[in-house]
Write a protein that binds this ligand. Structure first.
Ligand SMILES: Nc1nc2c(ncn2[C@@H]2O[C@H](COP(=O)(O)OP(=O)(O)OP(=O)(O)O)[C@@H](O)[C@H]2O)c(=O)[nH]1
Ligand SMILES: [Mg+2]
Length: 208
């Protein structure tokens, strides 16, 4: 089939420069209303109750659309933000523990990041349970998905005497890491700066 017989709108697609490469080979046919062809899409993923929705609201503000993922009753929120002069679409995904789904929510979250065109995954973890939650980070890295790790709830972790060295963690994992206390907006500027780095370092290139 010729490229232009597929009725897809072949827009320029990002190349992941300096970040983990994401293979787009089978993704074009799976695009739907949750992924926009022409702009950067970033998904917030992670276990339940780690602060994904709070962070999503901080990043996107009030203009958010919520719809059921096709064929399910699971809601996915979608909102926009302007970062580094570019319109970014953020997706707030349901809680997931692993890339191997058990619940319908986990299936939806997995489909969103594996089958849809997501340019960057922000994996949000709870600093108090870092060891356990890094499991999914490692799965995402192994799947060669572009990941930025947000270690959230650093306020609560500090009260328990748990410290997280973001530079050391970034070095060990080979991905960008930001420590945050989203509830106090601590680390929010650092996060948007990292997203801006990503946006600025990934030029558009034509793919067919
Ligand atoms: N102390 C503290 N609380 C936080 C922080 N971030 C989020 N919370 C709180 O944690 C709770 C869960 O936050 P949500 O944003 O709903 O978590 P979620 O990851 O979207 O949860 P699911 O949608 O169930 O997957 C809320 O009560 C937030 O206010 C943080 O940095 N520090
Ligand atoms: Mg949520």
């Amino acid at each position: 089939m010729d490229c232009h017989d597929c009725h897809q709108n072949c827009q320029p697609k990002r190349q992941h420069r300096g970040w983990k490469l994401l293979s787009f080979g089978s993704k074009k046919s799976a695009r739907n209303s949750f992924s926009d062809h022409s702009q950067t899409t970033i998904a917030l993923v992670g276990s339940p109750n780690v602060g994904k929705s709070l962070l999503f609201n901080l990043l996107t503000g009030t203009y958010v659309t919520v719809s059921n993922y096709p064929g399910t009753t699971v809601e996915v929120a979608r909102g926009n933000a302007i970062i580094a002069g570019e319109k970014i679409t953020f997706l707030d995904t349901p809680g997931m523990y692993s890339l191997i789904p058990i619940t319908e929510e986990e299936s939806v979250a997995r489909n969103l990041i594996i089958n849809q065109t997501v340019d960057l995954i922000i994996h949000v973890v709870d600093a108090k349970h870092l060891g356990r939650m890094l499991n999914l980070t490692l799965q995402l890295i192994e799947a060669q998905l572009p990941v930025l790790l947000v270690v959230n709830m650093i306020d609560e972790a500090q009260k328990l005497g748990i410290g997280v060295d973001e530079n050391q963690l970034a070095y060990k994992l080979g991905i960008p890491v930001v420590t945050m206390a989203a509830a106090q907006k601590i680390g929010l500027k650092k996060l948007t700066a990292k997203v801006a780095d990503y946006v600025q370092s990934t030029p558009l290139s034509a793919t067919y």
